[in-house]
Structure formats: structure tokens, C-alpha cells
Design a protein around this ligand. Structure first.
Ligand code: XIL
Length: 386
């Protein structure tokens, strides 16, 4: 039995806004011009056009378009984007009366220019929260600031950001409520109700998502069901469950993922895989999902923990390829329930998994290599539809 290195996972989507972004790009080669046969340019977004949106998380240099190689790839391959860090509370609202919208504004312009489905990530999360919010002990005061934050941020992008990760990671691994600042100050899970209510009020058209890692876990699944049922029973809008999908070559099992897809879908919400990546690197500990605050400095520079720094072995490459094939076969099987599949990054070189949970390793978790080229696994994933 492998140790379950529970990384996070996710997913989702309802393409109600995606329709525009799903137009096929056509290119006509010289010989085709002669034969007058237009060809569809192969790309992830074209390939899965009738199945689900295909997204990528963008870092700051991609959003600002200084990383031109990545921008070319993003425009060609993806029809949905998520900001990897630039809309988190500590970035966008670092001080009580100070908002920093420059990068977020550029992000929205980028998505509009490329006719993409634009995701907002994330409104309430205990991690990467501005330090001044962490100091708040009084419930009324926290309610006031949550309201101001959501009104301001969702309001600014009303009609422009199509879906919001409203609350991120509110659950412990056993499905009980995480004792975050929000939970502790409110004394219960009602802060979720407030956040979803506010988001809907500000932008009734936006798709609202609960997002978390390890949502394949049966125990954690119960927590999601509790949250969604509670919101729905109070008439509060929730459209989708986002399964982060930070997975490994070893696990979780396809069966566990499938059971969660079905269970969430039966609640009457869409399922999205919001942060997909597949790590091949060793992790000797039972990690607590994708809790970003965990890092293991003592393993930095330990070559045993970084076995593929000079390249993948054929065996490791095959494992990753097979894993991605299994994952996408499952996604296709449940394409009626899944509205979006977003990769957490664009190329291997830019993935957060080179630095988490151990800094400075060489990982291969995505479909494009360090030279911005599609990997063999990319072609295998495309071929599942042919
Ligand atoms: C990660 C980013 O990729 C890193 O650059 C950052 O240092 C930490 O956060 N769950 C989430 C994402 O919802 O926002 C996290 O992103 C990964 C885990």
C-alpha cells in the first residue's frame, strides 16, 4: 500500500459563460487551401470543447504578458483562467483601507482579450490572508470587513469575473469545520452563509464555488455535503464544488475521485477540478493535503528527495502519462457533471510543486515542459478523444 500523500484536488464548472470561448480556431495549411479543407488546430480547449472548460492558473508575469512564451501557449490551449496568487486577500487588500487592483485588473483584461472564462480566486481563505484581518477578534467587526471586502472586490469585477471561489478550504481532513480565524470568531460555520449571500447579492450572475483539497476523501466528502446542503436549505446560492486536484502518481484512487464526483453532483451542483497537477516526487510523510503552510526545510537539498533533477526516467514518465490518461478518462466519463478542468500552472518549470512542500526541487506535474513544448502526455491526453 502506498502512503496516501494526499495532495489536493479539485474541479468544476458550469459553462454557462463559456460558450463564447469555445469557438473552434481554424487554420488552413497550404495543401488544405488547395483541397479547401479547413483544419481544427489541435489544442486542449478545442479537443475538450464539448466536454468542459480547460483552464490554467496564471502567475503575475503571465498576467502582465512579460512571459511571452507562456502567453502564446495560454492563448492557444486554454479557455479559462484563474489567478494563481494575485487576487488573494493579502495581495488585493493588504491593508484595511488599501486595495491593490493593478494586477487583478490586468488579469481581467487578459481574459476578455482572449475570450476566456475568468475565475476569481479566492474571497475567503485562512491562508495568504492579510495580517491585519488575522488580528480581528470581534464578530461584528469581522462581518463588517468581510462584507466590505466582498462588496468591493466582487463589485469591481461584476459581469467580468464569471465564477468565484467564494470560500477556500473550510474543512479538516475528517470533514469537521477547520478552526480558521473565520470559524473561531463566528463560533460556527455561518461565515460561509454570509460569504455566499454577499457574493450573490453583488453579482447574481456569477457562478459561486466552494473550493477545497482532498475532496475525494470519504470523510471530507461528508463535510462538503453538510456545507452544500446547509446553504441550499437556507436558499443560498452555491453552483459548484471545486475539487483542487493536487494529486500524485500514486493516488488518490480513481474510484474515490469518482465517488465524490457522483456525490457532489447529486447535491445539484456542478463539479470542477480547479487546481489539477500530478506530482511524481517522493514525499515520505503523510501530508495534510495541500495545506500550503506546511513546508519541510530539513529536506531542502536532500538529493534523495529530488530524484529527477536531471530528467525523468522512462518509468517515471510512463507513470505520469498513465495517471493523466486515467484521470482524463474519468473526467470524460462524467463530462455531464464536470464543467471545468483547470491546471495549476502552465509549464513544469513554473509549477508551485518545484517549491512545495520542499523548496528547490525539479517536478514534472503539468502537460508542458520547461521549454514551453507539449509533452508526450499532452498528446496522449488529446488522443483520448480521437
Ligand atoms: C499556491 C500558489 O501556487 C503558490 O504560488 C503560493 O506560494 C501558495 O499558494 N490551494 C490553493 C492555491 O487554493 O491558492 C494554492 O496556490 C495551492 C493550494
Amino acid at each position: 500500500m502506498f502512503k496516501k500523500i494526499t495532495f489536493s484536488f479539485i474541479l468544476i464548472s458550469t459553462c454557462f459563460l463559456a460558450c463564447n470561448s469555445s469557438k473552434k480556431e481554424t487554420v488552413v495549411s497550404e495543401s488544405d487551401t488547395k483541397k479547401n479543407i479547413p483544419q481544427t488546430k489541435p489544442s486542449l480547449k478545442n479537443n475538450f470543447n464539448n466536454d468542459f472548460l480547460i483552464g490554467a492558473a496564471l502567475n503575475t508575469s503571465q498576467i502582465k504578458e512579460t512571459d511571452t512564451n507562456a502567453v502564446t501557449l495560454i492563448a492557444k490551449e486554454f479557455n479559462s483562467i484563474t489567478p494563481e496568487n494575485d487576487m488573494k486577500w493579502e495581495q488585493i487588500h493588504p491593508k484595511e483601507n488599501e486595495y491593490f487592483f493593478d494586477v487583478a485588473d490586468a488579469y481581467v483584461v487578459f481574459g476578455k482579450k482572449h475570450n476566456m472564462h475568468i475565475v476569481g480566486h479566492t474571497l475567503l481563505w485562512h491562508s495568504q490572508l492579510a495580517p491585519w484581518v488575522n488580528e480581528i477578534k470581534d464578530k461584528k467587526k469581522l462581518e463588517h470587513h468581510i462584507e466590505k471586502h466582498i462588496n468591493t472586490v466582487v463589485g469591481r469585477y461584476k459581469g467580468k469575473i464569471h465564477s468565484w471561489d467564494v470560500v477556500n478550504e473550510a474543512l479538516n481532513e475528517d470533514g469537521s469545520p477547520r478552526e480558521s480565524l473565520f470559524y473561531n470568531v463566528f463560533g460556527n460555520e455561518s461565515y460561509l452563509e454570509l460569504a455566499f449571500r454577499l457574493a450573490e447579492k453583488v453579482d447574481p450572475e456569477a457562478q459561486l464555488i466552494y473550493n477545497d483539497y482532498n475532496l475525494w476523501k470519504p470523510e471530507k466528502r461528508k463535510g462538503v455535503i453538510r456545507i452544500v446542503e446547509n446553504l441550499k436549505s437556507k436558499g443560498i446560492k452555491i453552483d459548484a464544488v471545486g475539487m483542487q486536484a493536487h494529486w500524485s502518481v500514486e493516488g488518490p484512487s480513481i474510484e474515490d475521485i469518482e465517488n465524490s464526483i457522483i456525490a457532489y453532483s447529486e447535491l445539484g451542483v456542478k463539479v470542477m477540478f480547479t487546481e489539477l497537477d500530478v506530482t511524481a516526487l517522493p514525499n515520505p510523510w503523510e501530508l495534510n493535503g495541500a495545506a500550503v503552510e506546511q513546508s519541510y526545510e530539513r529536506y531542502e537539498g536532500d538529493l534523495k528527495m529530488d530524484p529527477y533533477r536531471n530528467g525523468l526516467t522512462d518509468e517515471a514518465k510512463e507513470k505520469i502519462t498513465k495517471r493523466y490518461e486515467d484521470i482524463f478518462k474519468l473526467f470524460l466519463k462524467h463530462r455531464d457533471k464536470i464543467s471545468r478542468v483547470t491546471f495549476w500552472g502552465v509549464t513544469d518549470g513554473q509549477s508551485w510543486l518545484n517549491n512545495w512542500p520542499i523548496k528547490g526541487r525539479t517536478n514534472y506535474p503539468l502537460l508542458f515542459d520547461r521549454a514551453f513544448q507539449p509533452k508526450e502526455v499532452y498528446h496522449n491526453v488529446l488522443a483520448l478523444k480521437q
